[in-house]
Design a protein around this ligand. Structure first.
Ligand code: C5P
Length: 205
C-alpha cells in the first residue's frame, strides 16, 4: 500500500504522514528533506540559488543527514523553495522517490507532488490543508520553540509567499490530485488530525 500525503507548508502533513507510517507499519519518506538537502549543499558552498546549473550540481552531490538541524533553518527553507522549482532538480530526485514508493511492502511519502507525479497510482492520497493564519501560528510556535522570535505578520507573509511559489511554478506545482481525500486541519489539534487521517485511510481501503 502506498499512501501519498501532499499539502502546503505547516499544514500538518509531515506529522500526519509519520503517524500513518507508524500506524500501518510502513516506511516513511519526507520528500521535502531532499529539496532541503540540495538547498543546504548549495548554501554551504555559497552557490547561487538563481542558477539552475549550480542547483543541479548540488543535487548530484547529495548527502542527506536527516538529523542535521540546519536542514530546517529559515535560509535553507527559502533556498529549498527556489531550487525545487527547477525541472532538472526535480527530475534528478524522481527516481529516488519512486524507488522508495515502489518498495514491496508499500510506503508513506509526503511532499507537494506525491499524488500527482511521484506516485500517481497510490492506493490512498491525502491532501492536507489548513488556513494560512493557522499555519502561521503553528510555524511561529515552532520557531519560538527553537529560540527564534519572529513577528506573526512576517511568518504569515512568508507562508503566503511560499504558497504562491509552490503553486505557481511550472514544474510539478502544488495541487490536489483529482482523486485525493481532502483533510482540513485548521480546527483540529494534532491528535484529532492524526485520528481523522487514519479514519480516511481505513475507509478508503
Ligand atoms: O515540506 P518542506 O517545507 O520541507 O519542503 C521544502 C521545500 O521543498 C518546499 O518549499 C517545497 O517547495 C519543496 N518541495 C517540493 N516537492 C516536494 C516536497 C517539497 O517541491 N515533494
Amino acid at each position: 500500500m502506498v499512501i501519498a500525503v501532499d499539502g502546503p507548508a505547516a499544514s500538518g502533513k509531515g506529522t500526519i504522514a509519520r503517524a500513518l507510517a507508524r500506524h500501518f507499519g510502513l516506511p516513511h519518506m519526507d520528500t521535502g528533506l531532499l529539496y532541503r538537502a540540495v538547498a543546504l549543499n548549495l548554501w554551504r558552498w555559497g552557490g547561487d540559488p538563481a542558477s539552475e546549473f549550480e542547483a543541479l550540481r548540488a543535487t548530484h552531490e547529495l548527502n542527506l543527514d536527516p538529523s542535521d538541524q540546519e536542514l530546517r533553518s529559515e535560509p535553507v527553507s527559502k533556498i529549498a523553495s527556489a531550487v525545487s522549482a527547477y525541472p532538472s532538480v526535480r527530475a534528478a530526485l524522481l527516481e529516488r522517490q519512486q524507488d522508495f514508493a515502489g518498495q514491496p511492502g508499500g510506503a508513506v511519502l509526503d511532499g507537494r507532488d506525491i499524488g500527482t507525479v511521484i506516485a500517481p497510482d497510490a492506493e490512498v492520497k491525502l491532501f492536507v490543508t489548513a488556513s494560512a493564519e493557522v499555519r502561521a501560528v503553528r510555524r511561529q510556535k515552532e520557531l519560538d520553540g527553537r529560540g527564534m522570535h519572529v513577528r506573526f505578520e512576517d511568518v504569515l507573509a512568508d507562508i503566503h509567499a511560499r504558497d504562491e511559489r509552490d503553486s505557481s511554478r511550472d514544474a510539478a506545482p502544488l495541487r490536489e490530485a483529482a482523486d485525493a481525500l481532502h483533510l482540513d486541519t485548521s480546527e483540529l489539534d494534532v491528535d484529532e488530525a492524526i485520528s481523522a487521517a487514519i479514519r480516511l485511510v481505513e475507509e478508503k481501503l
